[in-house]
Design a protein around this ligand. Structure first.
Ligand code: ZN
Length: 250
């Protein structure tokens, strides 16, 4: 899960309606770039490319018994989410102490993405950290299909992760065949941005810090998160420069 820094609210006086924050969120944390041009936009949780139906996501639900209507139009309560992650999360209670979240934790270190498209708590975590990671996976249903009237109607996130893995491995082979070719490096970044699934590409290119650094720089809000050093190694804990509640748990 790509860590991000949302930064200060672009409307310090507050938003009249949360949907008005959408473009600001895209500019702060949502877009991927190739050679300076925005190419794609992503769900903050599952990292997939969402062309339409990306929505302002309320970290603390705005409705329901655990809802926080007082945070409904609050910048610090927003991420971007796809329909699948959004509907899985629903109005469930969100306790920041029990989850890893991309605006306040170094979520890049929290999860492992295997070649079968499954997301799991990262191997190096403590048992307590693993339980936080698993709770996050379950909250947004990263390994689930969408269930409609008892039938699983969509498994697309998992299948898309498998495809992203295969694309990244193909690109890695091309890159290794001519690793000093600047045009090929740019094409690789474009493939990554177009594919989505930042964390999978980071894993596949793990031995190539320059390319990982290029991937980090290609997504807005990611370098700004302070979660990576100049060699693209992850820094833990998240420095939480936005001073969010319960930040820096990993
Ligand atoms: Zn999603």
């Amino acid at each position: 899960m790509r860590p991000c820094k949302r930064g200060d609210s672009p409307k310090p006086q507050g938003f009249t309606h949360y949907r008005d924050a959408f473009d600001h969120l895209l500019n702060a944390i949502g877009k991927g770039y190739s050679q300076g041009k925005p190419i794609a936009q992503y769900c903050s949780y599952c990292e997939r490319v969402i062309v339409t139906n990306l929505a302002v996501e309320h970290l603390q639900p705005k409705d329901g018994p655990d809802g926080r209507p007082d945070l409904k139009n609050e910048w610090a309560n927003f991420l971007l989410a796809c329909v699948n992650c959004n509907s899985s999360k629903g109005n469930k209670a969100v306790n920041f102490n029990e989850l890893f979240l991309p605006d306040r934790d170094n979520t890049f270190l929290a999860f492992d993405y295997d070649t079968n498209g499954v997301v799991a708590p990262a191997a190096g975590l403590t048992d307590e950290q693993k339980s936080l990671a698993q709770r996050t996976i379950d909250l947004v249903g990263l390994n689930a299909g969408i269930v409609n009237n008892g039938t699983v109607v969509s498994k697309d996130r998992r299948n898309q992760r498998i495809n992203a893995y295969l694309s990244a491995i193909d690109s890695l082979e091309d890159f290794k065949s001519d690793p000093n070719n600047e045009a090929l490096k740019r094409a690789t970044v474009k493939s990554m941005v177009t594919s989505g699934y930042f964390s999978i590409w980071m894993k596949v290119f793990n031995d190539y810090p320059e390319m990982k650094s290029n991937f980090i720089n290609a997504h807005n809000g990611t370098r700004e998160s302070g979660c990576f050093d100049g060699l693209a190694d992850a820094i833990s804990p998240h420095p939480n420069t936005d001073n969010l509640d319960c930040g820096g748990k990993i």
